[in-house]
Structures are given as structure tokens and as C-alpha cells.
Design a protein around this ligand. Sequence first.
Ligand code: ADP
Ligand code: MG
Length: 236
Amino acid sequence: MSRRLELRQVSKSFGDIDVLAGITLHVEPGEFVSILGPSGAGKSTIFRLLTGGLEGHGGGVDFDGQPLADARRPFAFMPQHDALMPWRTVIDNTALGLEVQGMSRKAARDEVAPLFGEFGLAGFEHKYPAQLSGGMRQRAALLRTVVQDRAMLLLDEPFGALDALTRTGMQRWLQTMWDRHRWTVLLITHDVREAVFLSDRIYVLSGRPARVLREVAIPLPRPRKDLASPEATAIE
Ligand code: ADP
Ligand code: MG
């Protein structure tokens, strides 16, 4: 099955404010693609259009060679602002990713529990989101997203709330998992270093309304690339 995503000249306005002006991009099966741009550029708006959070846009979106509307839930989506349910424990929040796919809560818990250590969440399984730091909530939201068996991962600034050291560790983890599972990933970030470290290709979004300023292919094979330092480089 082809899992190609294609946006053609996608535009979006809120009232008389134009936010996206003809965004054209594609993600090939197995690729790691980033959308890089400053805060307020319109990056999250693209994901909200893809995941049905917003109605009405110009241009076209295809998945698997058909209109996106005809695709069956192709995305595992991690929104920018964590959407953990405050009344569910951390393990039940992460199990939800599998429950929505029809697994029983017990089976879903058994599946996610072994991953808590890897995500730095061991011992916090039965806490509530309010009892966790922002970084831990972000890792729980990421865990809930990556356990879902979908065609493509949409990650909106998944490491934004993490301290520099934890962020570097999670970036390495994501790279390893991408490599191992041949995931198809579309990542949103404002961090140049993160985009270069993780991606096959980068779309740089800029302007108001936003356009794709340029498309950059990262030529180095991933295992040779490395982060020079854990500090992020933000573009303003
Ligand atoms: P980014 O994710 O790149 O930081 P967003 O996609 O969240 O940017 O927002 C892009 C622009 O669209 C911002 O100026 C924001 O204020 C505006 N915007 C987003 N959602 C709405 C909305 N529902 N109504 C009006 N303006 C919106
Ligand atoms: Mg955003």
C-alpha cells in the first residue's frame, strides 16, 4: 500500500485573514519530512486541516492517491498542546491510543506498560497528568501517538516542552524508531537543528500568509549525522 501524502496549493483563511497561501508538499512512504517555520507561521493550521479539526480550505489533499476524505484514519496525530485527559491515569491515557483502534483497555495497558521505562515514565503509570511535569506529559502524549498502528505520524513540536538534554535523548529515540520501523513521519518544528538532524527533507514555511519558501533535501545518511550540542537553535 502506498502511503503517500500530497498537498497541492492548500490555502486557508480565517475570515479575511489569509494564513496559508498555496502550500504544496508531499511525503513519500518511509520518509521523514519536517515543516520548519517560525511561531505563528501556520504550521499547526496545516495539521488541523489534515486531521479534520478545521473545515474549508483551498487546494487539494490526497492520501494514498485518493482524496484525503476517502482515506481511513491514516494519521496518528500528536497535537502541539498535550491533550491528555486529566481524569485518566497516565497509563490509561497512553492505552487510549490502542483503545480507539478497538483493543480492550486491559490488552492496551499490557502493550504500553513495557514502554514506560524507555519514555522516562517508569513509576508514573498510575499518576494523573496534573502530577507530571510538562516534559513528562509531552512524552506520555508521544507514547500514546507512536503506539497507534497508522500509516503516518503527524508530530506537532513533540519536544517543545522538554529540557535540552531530554530533548536530545528523545530525538535520538525517534530517529532510531523511525529507522527500525520504517515509519512515515511529518514533523512540525521551529528548531533548525532538530529538523536537520531528523529529516530527509525540510519544507521551510515563511511569510504572511505562509508559503513554502524552500524545500531542502538533507543528503547525509542518518547514522552519520549527529547533534553537535544539545542546545536547540530556534529561528525567530
Ligand atoms: P504555528 O503553528 O506555525 O505557530 P498556527 O498555525 O497555530 O501557527 O497559526 C497561524 C496563524 O493563524 C496565527 O496568526 C494564528 O493566530 C492564526 N489562527 C489560527 N487558528 C485561528 C482561528 N481559529 N481563527 C483565527 N486565526 C487563527
Ligand atoms: Mg503551532
